[in-house]
Write a protein that binds this ligand. Structure first.
Ligand code: HEC
Ligand code: HEC
Ligand code: HEC
Ligand code: HEC
Ligand code: HEC
Length: 268
């Protein structure tokens, strides 16, 4: 099975009516000081991510299939926790449990990755940065989508799914491809980037366009990126540079329309 050696909290049954004001209070208290981004279900109640492909609490219902319930992944009761640290763990450091710094997911096996390389690169990727590791932890197809470091305190362990599947087109009990083969349900193949990233756009390297450093790249409008929303992270290109999981308004969660996206940065 793909569930990790997890940090399991003893099942605690707390009525939701009681927990909401409590969590809100904790969240307000820790929000500003927390090192990690905390996905707070109260503050995020109208976040556009709800109802999108990354909303794992709404997925079964929306897909209209009872089939996925209990089989594909555990429904933790709120969507934020599949990526973010739950508010009640705001002070915790996922890295001490093998997690990605700042995120509620485990570090993928970095030595498996074959990274993009080419003789013309100004900057090379050495290893994915945490924010791209987050995406890869599901999209490389090696770990179950519900494999989180901290399960929310409200989750009843007896509701844990019997299987925990990965984004992989394989036809086995560990893979969403069991059903997502284009026949039972839509084909999931293209959603798995795998661990060979040589055919994908390079990530986690410094943007070569600062200060006209390389004339093949436009200088960014601000240190954080471009006015059309294309975003740099500490001056680097990451998965979230081109995509925004929090904004499903464009196809494939892109930050700019496909025709202009590449020319935001590349001059040719
Ligand atoms: C698929 C993963 C994923 C899920 C699910 C998710 N987020 Fe996020 N969230 C991110 C990423 C990645 C960022 C970083 C965005 C950035 O810094 O540009 C982020 C940023 C944030 C931020 C900080 C925004 C900022 O500008 O600093 C908040 C607050 C947040 N998310 C709340 C939530 C809430 C609330 C939910 C649930 C309703 C949620 N997120 C679900 C991935 C996710
Ligand atoms: C946020 C800016 C940005 C955007 C948007 C962007 N790129 Fe890039 N791209 C880069 C950077 C930076 C490099 C690496 C440059 C370097 O260090 O030499 C790169 C490298 C590449 C390379 C490899 C070039 C080589 O020297 O081997 C290709 C191919 C490429 N990009 C294609 C695209 C395509 C196609 C799109 C649109 C889907 C796109 N890029 C969008 C910034 C961007
Ligand atoms: C917890 C697991 C998980 C994480 C973490 C995750 N994704 Fe996904 N992502 C999925 C699933 C599941 C789908 C839907 C697959 C399908 O429709 O076949 C998806 C779909 C997508 C799609 C296609 C959307 C569409 O409309 O078809 C993009 C683009 C994407 N993710 C990018 C990202 C980026 C960027 C990150 C990191 C910020 C990320 N994902 C993090 C699970 C995840
Ligand atoms: C028992 C069969 C089965 C399994 C296992 C399964 N799915 Fe599905 N899923 C379906 C069916 C049927 C649909 C609806 C038809 C479609 O969208 O292709 C669906 C729909 C979806 C959708 C579209 C929902 C929407 O509203 O856009 C996503 C995303 C999805 N599944 C993700 C997954 C992921 C991720 C896994 C593995 C963790 C998984 N599924 C495992 C049967 C399954
Ligand atoms: C330079 C911009 C750029 C970067 C960086 C980038 N992507 Fe994409 N991504 C795209 C574009 C454009 C598409 C749609 C065209 C295509 O499939 O190539 C896409 C497609 C996707 C899809 C959906 C495939 C489909 O057709 O349904 C997923 C999933 C995805 N990207 C995830 C990621 C992840 C994870 C990362 C980081 C490892 C990443 N992307 C980095 C631009 C980017």
């Amino acid at each position: 099975m793909t569930m990790a050696p997890t940090y399991n909290k003893p099942a605690r049954r707390i009525r939701f009516a009681l927990i909401i004001p409590l969590l809100a209070a904790i969240a307000w208290g820790t929000y500003a000081s927390a090192a990690a981004i905390v996905g707070d279900p109260v503050l995020g109640a109208s976040d556009p991510i709800l109802g999108s492909k990354h909303d794992f609490t709404g997925l079964n219902e929306r897909a209209g299939v009872a089939a996925m319930s209990g089989v594909a992944f555990s429904d933790y009761g709120y969507s934020c926790v599949y990526c973010h640290i739950p508010p009640e763990e705001a002070g915790a450091n996922p890295a001490s449990f093998g997690g990605i710094d700042g995120w509620n997911r485990y570090v993928p096996t970095l030595s498996n990755y074959q990274l993009f390389d080419s003789p013309t690169l100004d900057y090379k990727t050495r290893a994915p940065n945490p924010i791209s590791m987050l995406c890869l932890s599901c999209h490389d197809g090696t770990m179950a989508v519900d494999m989180v470091v901290f399960k929310p305190v409200t989750f009843d362990a007896s509701q844990d799914a019997s299987m925990h599947m990965r984004i992989s087109p394989n036809d086995d009990a560990e893979s969403c491809g069991k059903c997502h083969n284009g026949q039972v349900a839509h084909d999931i193949t293209i959603k798995m980037l795998g661990t060979d990233l040589r055919n994908d756009h390079p990530i986690s390297m410094r943007y070569a366009g600062f200060g006209f450093e390389d004339i093949d790249f436009r200088p960014p409008d601000t240190p954080e990126g471009f006015l059309n929303g294309v975003k740099l992270y500490d001056g680097n290109v990451e998965c979230m540079t081109c995509h925004n999981v929090h904004d499903p308004s464009r196809p494939l969660l892109l930050r700019a329309n496909a025709e202009v996206l590449c020319f935001t940065c590349h001059t040719k």
